[in-house]
Design a protein around this ligand. Structure first.
Ligand code: 13P
Length: 251
């Protein structure tokens, strides 16, 4: 069985004090739920402080992005070695905001994916269609293209650590979540494609998270779908009580 992974993507929110208050609140409210993997992905400047606060707890640390090179003249960038040096276990790659606003492509996500795996991190590779693409009936084709491109040259063995996040762009930060049936349809499609790429057994092991306006009141139904193995949570991860309620819904 796949263990659900609930990860909070804080995006460019929180300051140092509020970050620490949030994780302390989470440590208080999560209890010792060992049936769910939990992660927080703060802005990179707070990885150190948040990492120190959650060390030894059930909450894993994740980053929101990284550069694919190990080191060098890449002003403003952060390498996988730096992230693991800070205790990161996860890294989000190819979030739709990075694809849309910062020019990331399937090819650049693929480079980062290879570097993240080589550096020992668990990559969370994001895919998702826009509203226009969904309305024109292109969802399946868009998702397949993103999966094939982002995972190019990945071996079945490497896919063991992989996490995919399906985040329909039209559901991100809009309060408009995909229905459980809509999400499940795409998750099942992704798992089928992973089966073609890596074999059916490997595909069964890959966790596929849903993201896009996940809240305490819709989490349980989404997470009860057979191919939804967790959530990548934006807005609702910024409050300890709502994030903890989503974790509880996965347990
Ligand atoms: P919201 O939960 O705020 O819609 O954000 C989803 C997301 O983009 C997580 O990566």
């Amino acid at each position: 069985m796949r263990k659900p992974l609930i990860a909070g993507n804080w995006k460019m929110n929180m300051l140092r004090d509020s970050s620490l208050a949030l994780v302390h609140g989470l440590l208080d409210s999560l209890g010792s739920n060992t049936t769910v993997d939990v992660a927080v992905c703060p802005p990179s400047v707070y990885l150190h402080d948040v990492g120190a606060a959650i060390r030894g707890s059930q909450i894993g640390l994740g980053a929101q992005n990284m550069h694919h090179q190990a080191e060098g003249a890449f002003t403003g960038e952060v390498s996988v070695q730096m992230l693991s040096d800070l205790g990161c276990r996860y890294v989000i790659l190819g979030h739709s905001e990075r694809r849309e606003l910062f020019g990331e492509t399937d090819a650049s996500v693929n480079q980062k994916l290879m570097a993240a795996l080589a550096g020992g991190l668990t990559p969370i590779v994001c895919v998702g269609e826009t509203l226009e693409q969904r309305e024109s009936g292109a969802t399946e084709q868009v998702i397949a293209g993103q999966i094939r491109g982002s995972l190019a040259d990945l071996t079945a063995h490497q896919s063991e650590k992989l996490v995919i996040a399906y985040e329909p762009v039209w559901a991100i930060g809009t309060g408009k979540t995909a229905s459980p049936a809509q999400a499940e349809e795409v998750h099942a499609q992704i798992r089928g494609l992973l089966g073609e790429l890596f074999g059916a057994d490997q595909a069964q092991a890959v966790r596929i998270q849903y993201g896009g306006s996940v809240k305490p009141d819709n989490a349980a139904e989404l997470l009860s779908q057979p191919n939804i193995d967790g959530a990548l949570v934006g807005g609702a991860s910024l409050k300890a009580d709502s994030f903890a309620a989503i974790v509880a819904a996965a347990g």
